[in-house]
Design a protein around this ligand. Structure first.
Ligand code: ATP
Ligand code: MG
Length: 340
């Protein structure tokens, strides 16, 4: 098995090594036979070579089953093309998965009183290839248009993915849409309903605006949610509020042959180089990679080690702590070893 390691820019270079240290520990202890393939892409590469990602990088990534990704700084320059969009497209990573599962003890640490964290356990599944991010645009001085593309094929594929996930959980799937106004969403909703029903999953639906409100007010009502690209983009960032910090939110982009794991946060230029970035989102992204690999026991050990860091208040300044990225990473690794 080959795992590409893309640290990227900014704090990506600080948080990914902490996750990789845990991967190395299991890979070496249990002879998993994972070959790590470092891949350099991003702003740093663009400044050196004029291109943030090359055809060769894409070819190399296509040889890797797994990709662990940090973050990339996107600059506002017409010649700079989004690296992430290109990777998602070329590798056809159609399902974006964002678990909203607060770390046990985090609400107490952050003095969040609105909810009980044990009642919040949601997964948002976002269709990653079309919708308003189709790239079909006509840009003019007086009128600009972006085409919202919904196909039956992509809707079926994401609904099947979300239904599989639902059947491994509470067998409940919620389709979030705006089909009363956006007629293109009727195809998405109908296809999701049919696909879920044909798989024996209980399916319901909700309008996106009401759902956004309810997600924060009554998160305990929700389990697996499937939605289109733009809605999923916004809702999954909104859902990160329930986690307590952007530095705690992991994600996965899954295709039929490959899977890509990344913290939700960006390269955070404001804190880059200071050694204070929270490594937990990156570590939990690695945990998602372990789950994907079927390494459930190891995934569980990583969660328990992260919970221990929060319980012992070995945390970075974004969570009110005084520890560095490396100190938190080292603590989590030592806890993993101890629990193993
Ligand atoms: P980019 O352009 O790469 O997306 P950004 O400026 O949008 O970068 P984000 O990384 O999304 O930055 O971060 C938004 C805010 O959250 C920043 O103030 C950043 O310092 C903070 N932040 C993000 N990630 C972390 C982290 N892992 N630990 C601590 N703070 C973080
Ligand atoms: Mg950003």
């Amino acid at each position: 098995m080959r795992a590409a390691i893309i640290e990227g820019d900014g704090i990506g270079k600080e948080v990914i090594p902490e996750a990789v240290a845990i991967l190395d520990y299991f890979n070496e202890t249990y002879d998993w036979g994972i070959e790590k393939v470092p891949v350099e892409v991003g702003l740093g590469k663009w400044e050196k070579t004029g291109s943030a990602i090359t055809d060769d990088d894409i070819s190399l990534l296509k040889t890797c089953n797994l990709i662990l990704f940090g973050a990339i700084t996107t600059v506002n320059d017409p010649s700079y093309k989004s690296v992430l969009l290109r990777i998602r497209k070329e590798l056809d990573l159609y399902a974006n998965v964002r678990p909203i599962l607060p770390i046990s003890g985090i609400y107490k640490l952050l003095k969040i009183k609105d909810h009980k964290e044990e009642n919040v356990n949601i997964v948002i599944v976002r269709e990653n290839t079309e919708g308003l991010y189709s790239g079909v645009e006509e840009i003019g001085a007086e009128k600009s248009m972006t085409t919202r593309v919904i196909t039956k094929r992509a809707s079926e594929r994401i609904a099947a993915f979300a239904s599989n996930l639902a059947s491994a959980r509470k067998n409940k799937l919620l389709v979030v849409h705006k089909s009363n106004v956006l007629k293109s969403d009727k195809l998405f909703l109908d296809t999701c309903r049919q696909t879920a029903e044909s798989r024996g999953v209980d399916v319901s639906d909700k309008l996106v605006d009401i759902f956004a409100y309810d997600l924060i007010m009554n998160p305990e009502k929700y389990d697996v949610v499937v939605t289109t690209n733009l809605f999923g983009d916004i809702l999954s960032d909104l859902g990160a509020v329930l986690l307590g910090s952007i530095g705690l939110a992991p994600s996965a982009n899954i295709g039929d042959n490959q899977a890509f794991f990344e913290p939700v946060h960006g390269s955070a230029p404001d804190i880059a180089g200071k050694g204070i970035a929270n490594p937990i989102a990156a570590v939990l992204s690695l945990k998602m990679m372990f789950d994907y690999m079927g390494k459930t026991r190891e995934a569980c050990l990583v969660s328990r080690a992260v919970t221990a860091a929060v319980a012992d208040k070995i945390v970075t300044p974004d969570l009110g702590g005084k520890y560095s990225t490396k100190e938190v990473g080292d603590f989590i690794l030592s806890k993993v070893r101890q629990l193993d």
